[in-house]
Design a protein around this ligand. Structure first.
Ligand code: LRH
Ligand code: MN
Length: 430
């Protein structure tokens, strides 16, 4: 194991200062929960078993089509991104895997990259393909789509890229391929809405055929952007039908920002699970479009309700229950490490709160059409401050009781600003 990026002494020293208060808060919460028959240590063990992957592309500053404002010391390649992801894992102890994106994270030796990550305490989650940008020297442009393109050679190029991502993922130890395509139209009539999907399905079936036995293909739907009139896989309905058409290894990935405002995402989760097609999540938050804001920063209650559905789903498995939990955010105004530390905490808090729901009381109230008591069963759990449980689990796993305090005291970003080459101004997220 390489020496981790943050001084273990600093973490231990700060934890020692917080230990007494944490023990007090944990004991008090333990007494409160035991009054309703909940064993706090059992919840802590559930939390200790929970984890969420971080996106390699989230380690750098994000931007919009208007501008990107880099910060000094931000990472410029996968090696520096891994180091920053290792900081998040070292302090939070809930983000042990990185979800890479190709060709953004392309290297010549993936075996070495796997070892480099392992030495930093990191593994790999789903690999992401990219057929929404043209690369230098690319034979066929994706300007008119990729897997759904009119041009057969362009579709084949997109298929080949996805198969290359699977091969890279195998070297990294990943078993999931996330396929998001921006394919769509900006004008009515620009493309036939039916035949576009047929071309997508024909091409996607070639990627499906290349999946190793233990792999899954996660289809990521998105209502709009970059296309603004129609998108080939625009909603969970198109996604689940495509996944059913492709086969049992095809599942659906829910990016929380890919829906119209106020869509009931927790019900989409329940539906995808009911039909055995819930493959994973890209956690983030939004107020308007695909804003890729920090998870739970705008609507933490919705994130709690999603996890409430996930607890019900785990209790009633359909073709098993193994959703991939991943963050997918764009950090335009914060230090990306701080945003992912804060988001990992919020996601884990919503997971923990969902464990506290008295399911017996909830189900009894539902059966009795006792609306208020059914709602109160959820609200009581949502109102519990679970921070002492997460901090205790983190402390026992070698992390920091106060992750942002430890990160800032480490002066990590200032150190990196001295080491790393400056990033140029630019538009867009890469
Ligand atoms: C598309 C998306 C997809 C990624 C990209 C970075 O909006 O959510 O998951 O490939 O963001
Ligand atoms: Mn996404």
């Amino acid at each position: 194991m390489t020496e981790l990026p943050i001084s273990a002494d600093l973490i231990a020293e700060r934890n020692a200062l917080h230990a007494e208060a944490l023990e007090e808060d944990y004991a008090a919460l333990g007494r409160k929960l035991s009054r309703t028959g909940i064993d706090i240590d059992a919840i802590k063990d559930r939390v200790a078993g929970f984890s969420v992957a971080v996106p390699s592309w989230g380690a750098g500053r994000g931007g919009t089509r208007f501008a990107k404002f880099p910060i000094t010391g931000e990472p410029t390649n996968i090696h520096e991104k891994l180091e920053d992801c290792a900081v998040i894992q070292q302090l939070s102890r809930v983000t042990p895997r990185v979800s890479p994106h190709f060709p953004w994270d392309k290297v010549s030796d993936y075996k070495a990259l796997r070892e480099e990550a392992a030495a930093l305490g990191l593994g790999w989650d789903a690999v992401n393909s990219n057929t929404f940008q043209d690369q230098v020297g690319q034979a066929h442009t994706y300007a008119n789509g990729s897997l759904a393109a009119q041009d057969a050679a362009t579709r084949q190029q997109a298929v080949d890229h996805n198969i290359e991502c699977i091969e890279i993922g195998q070297q990294l130890g990943s078993t999931d391929l996330t396929v998001w395509v921006g394919d769509g139209t900006n004008f009515p009539g620009q493309q036939d809405l039916g035949r576009s999907l047929d071309r997508y399905l024909e091409a996607a079936s070639k990627i499906y055929a290349a999946l190793p036995d233990d792999w899954r293909m996660l289809l990521e739907h998105k209502m709009f952007e970059p296309a603004f009139y129609s998108t080939v896989i625009s909603d969970w309905g198109s996604s689940i039908l495509a996944a059913q058409e492709l086969g049992p290894k095809a599942k659906c990935l829910v990016d929380l920002g890919h829906h119209a405002p106020n869509v009931n995402i927790e019900q989409i989760v329940a539906r995808l699970h009911r039909f055995g097609k819930l493959g994973g999540f890209h956690f983030n938050d939004s107020k308007y479009g695909d804003d890729d804001l920090d998870s739970g920063s705008i609507n933490p209650h919705q994130l709690f309700l999603v996890f409430n559905e996930l607890v019900e789903a785990e209790l009633n498995p359909r073709d098993g229950f193994n959703p991939s939990y991943m963050i997918d955010q764009s950090h335009n105004v914060t230090d990306p490490i701080e945003s992912m530390l804060s988001s990992a905490e919020t996601i884990t808090q919503c997971f923990a709160k969902a464990q506290l729901v008295d399911r017996e009381a909830l189900h009894a109230a539902q059966a009795a059409n006792d609306t208020m008591m059914a709602f109160q069963a959820l609200r009581r759990a949502y109102n519990v401050d679970v921070a002492p449980i997460l901090a205790k689990a983190r402390l026992e796993a070698g992390g920091a009781v106060d992750v942002l305090e430890a990160y800032r005291l480490s002066q990590y970003r200032r150190r990196k600003a001295q080491e790393r080459k400056a990033v140029g101004l630019g538009a867009g997220i890469v």
